[in-house]
Design a protein around this ligand. Sequence first.
Ligand SMILES: Cc1cc2nc3c(=O)[nH]c(=O)nc-3n(C[C@H](O)[C@H](O)[C@H](O)COP(=O)(O)OP(=O)(O)OC[C@H]3O[C@@H](n4cnc5c(N)ncnc54)[C@H](O)[C@@H]3O)c2cc1C
Length: 424
Amino acid sequence: MSATADMHVVVIGAGIIGAASALELLRDGQRVTIVEPGEPGGEQAASYGNGCWFSPSSVVPVSMPGLWKKVPGYLLDPLGPLTVRWRYFLRATPWLLRFMRAGATVARAELLSRAMAPLVADSPERHAALAGAAGVDTLIRHAGQLYVFPSRADFAASALSWRLRRERGVRWQELDADELHQREPALDRRYQFAAFVEHGAHCIDPGAYVAALVAHAQALGARLVRAKATGFAIEGGRLRAVRTESGDIACDRAVVAAGAWSKPLARATGDDVPLETERGYHAVIRDPGFELRHTIMPSDGKMAYTMTPQGLRIAGQVEIAGLAAAPNWERAKILRDFALKTYPALPRDLAAERVSVWMGHRPSMPDSLPCIGPASGCADVVYCFGHGHIGLAAGALSGRLAADVVAGQPPAIPLAPYAAARFR
Ligand SMILES: Cc1cc2nc3c(=O)[nH]c(=O)nc-3n(C[C@H](O)[C@H](O)[C@H](O)COP(=O)(O)OP(=O)(O)OC[C@H]3O[C@@H](n4cnc5c(N)ncnc54)[C@H](O)[C@@H]3O)c2cc1C
């Protein structure tokens, strides 16, 4: 138990970040209340419908050199892999400018990559430990990740990404066409080359996983309050309570883990953070008629394929359109249609009832790095949000880091790259 144990800590949000934070706080001997308006790990959360990957190779920022040249095309192609809805364009412009600048040079991309790496490096082991303690280790699979390419030349075309991975200690095995198709016979023959990251793992049902972690936290004594947090009661610089729609909850500390909805909470404690939602989609094809040994990402599709108990999940797409706009299900259809091109065994006339779709909100900072650390306006409030594309993987360590900040103990890794004030 830490020297600063037995504080009452309110965790705001029950996605993977809130769930892992709650468990780490309990481990330190804190008293925990989780505030969440929806189901823990429910469909409203990004943690529910993501690509399922715990990927140590997710050390490449989304913003990379040359991105700025592609943005006009993204604006003009409403069904491309990254799109900005015109109606939201003006509001998104400051974020987009920061996004384009964040990784605009190789030196900047390297810096970001260095800061991403420790968040995901041992994510398979950390999640295995969390899942094991919660009694759901069967949800975690250590099967490795396959990045597949039409040719070795296509792999070489993304040399900078793979250099960043190599420099961060990511190891992979290069597979020729025969080796690849022996491993994954269902894959279309146009893929002739692969990089296999054996260390990668995945979760076959992230929503069920988060729900199990929160149930485990409750079994260990956490209280779950079904409410939306609206702000904080702060007196003399100290936190007195978290304000919710159903009243104040008196507490000593709070962890803001409300994903893409964290911006107004951070503003209430002095930080105007450039947090945007990168909306993503999934399609799940029930009974695809084949199995996959690994999770797969095709270079020409930029989406994650993962076999789940519900079927083949295809997750991806980036849509900048805000928290409120209705989903554009055409984007989930793109994912489904790409799967038809990737796995010839899927029937061309796939019945609509066999496909379920989902849209969710990646909580994204322009530089692909989360905000983890104390709030500028009140150190009793600790941020842990903004994990963008890597939050499922990074969730386990992030929860530990949030608990370290709450306890005032040295964090497992330096937190400077994740300071909320870095964009001032
Ligand atoms: C299509 C897609 C694919 C992805 N693939 C991967 C992947 O393969 N691997 C990976 O590592 N990451 C992936 N991600 C990213 C990952 O899912 C997210 O980074 C992560 O789930 C964020 O977790 P979170 O807990 O911060 O937010 P969320 O899971 O969104 O949870 C936030 C919670 O806060 C609650 N909340 C909101 N407002 C309030 C409030 N005011 N008070 C209280 N509670 C509130 C919400 O109801 C929600 O339950 C993907 C995301 C998407 C969309």
